[in-house]
Design a protein around this ligand. Sequence first.
Ligand SMILES: *Cc1c(COP(=O)(O)O)cnc(C)c1O
Length: 361
Amino acid sequence: MSPPAAEMARGRPRLAERYRAFLPITDATPLLSLGEGFTPLVRLGRIGGDLGLAHLSAKVEGQNPTGSFKDRGMVVAVSKALEAGARALICASTGNTSASAAAYGAAAGLEVVVVLPRGQIAAGKLLQAQVTGARVVAVEGNFDQALRIVRELAESTSHPITLVNSVNPFRLDGQKTAAFEICDDLGRAPDVLAIPVGNAGNISAYWAGFRDYRAAGLSAGLPRMFGFQAAGAAPIVLGHRVEAPETIASAIRIGDPASWTKAAAARDESGGLIEAVTDDEILAAWRDLARLEGIFCEPSSAASLAGIRRLAAEGRVDRDATIVCVLTGSGLKDPKTAQENVSGLLVADPTAAAVTEILGW
Ligand SMILES: *Cc1c(COP(=O)(O)O)cnc(C)c1O
């Protein structure tokens, strides 16, 4: 067999196997996979050109199986839950954690219960959980309250249930793999890693990943970690909890982040920052990613680029720095926000002449 054919027969390695040395995986772990990870690092040539940034790229995490980075952590958390004999998974969610838990739970044959803030979940995410068979409980409250409820349930029930929010350490272990991939693609760590911050697990996981990889001698350097919260949901920036977080970026609409301390440490140890971006800045970045680069991410994801744009305008980023913006999830999840921000259809009679006329050619 020629080498390419041999590789095809083997298939690409599973994420948790590729980075097994850094994960809590043993021979006793029943390893799942839906094909997570190995997402592309895409150069943002046009936006970078506009900003005068020579090396700007995006880690497109919407290309994971359920359309967000949550799959990296979920595959490890659910595999470990299986290993521990769990029969059920539970989580609170702004949408993507529940979509991911529901999918991996289905693949593992586990019962899945998700507790969501009612009316605050993007349509695609809610449907993902429902279609894959999770039981969805909508509470009249926000994400922070939903998280408190599932933490309490996971501690008090005699049901063999595993909590799979990012307070589950296996989630953050799995999410480190995105940092490994970036180092593998670049041949070293980037100078700056820009990332949206909600519950603050992901920024913490990336920082741990960059440090682990360097400590193992597999990458050089460490990035400065630049986290961005939405202005209406910016507890870490403000230095206090936000009781009623509000932003169009529903995946980061969180007022009391579970990994607050870890995120602050990532910021400080890396010489980075955590700042707020407005909904207008987020939407402008979201629109430009689609129109100038062809990348349709969800609005929350664009907080990373929105932040870099602000810093570039203020002359606070080095023009020659290697900058990676993490785009955390797929734009297909949130059709409502997209619908509200696109121009209408051009409607014409079914003739070439009518179409020509409406195009103004
Ligand atoms: C979960 C999520 C975030 C926030 O990540 P945290 O780990 O909670 O900070 C950002 N964007 C998307 C699309 C998400 O699903």
